[in-house]
Design a protein around this ligand. Structure first.
Ligand SMILES: [Zn+2]
Length: 137
């Protein structure tokens, strides 16, 4: 059985937009593997996140999905990707539990902004799940 999506990532923008905003190339500070370039047409997407402790706050979509999905898991404590989240939190100088709480809180805020646009059952379900999770963090 495929697990339905339980998390929410910030809205994605193209690499060429990041390039224009920052007036230059930007390499993802978490994976160091993706770079936003002037011609970003085939580039991976980018998101702005409060999980970055200083500006610029752009990370690549791949890192966003890994970190946001893992922080939102109810089996976070035993999940193998917890180590990835731990590394990123250490990179940002934020304690792991605080980092995870900021992440889930951000997801709830993203969902709240989406609900104003479209009150879809899927978004509503994710919101209820994340709010319940947040109570335990
Ligand atoms: Zn990345």
């Amino acid at each position: 059985m495929v697990r339905s999506i339980w998390y929410m990532t910030p809205p994605s923008i193209h690499g060429d937009v990041v390039f224009r905003i920052l007036r230059g190339e930007w390499t993802c500070p978490w994976c160091q593997a993706e770079t936003a370039k002037e011609d970003g047409a085939n580039d991976i997407g980018w998101v702005e996140t409060p999980l970055r402790s200083r500006s610029p706050r752009y990370i690549c979509d791949g890192c966003a999905i890994d970190v946001y999905s893992t922080c939102a898991r109810d089996d976070f404590e035993t999940h193998p990707y917890k180590d990835i989240v731990r590394e990123v939190a250490a990179m940002e100088g934020i304690p792991l539990d605080v980092f995870r709480r900021i992440c889930v809180q951000d997801q709830v805020e993203i969902i709240n902004s989406q609900l104003q646009k479209a009150d879809s059952p899927d978004v509503q379900r994710r919101r209820n799940y994340l709010l319940a999770l947040l109570k335990h963090l």
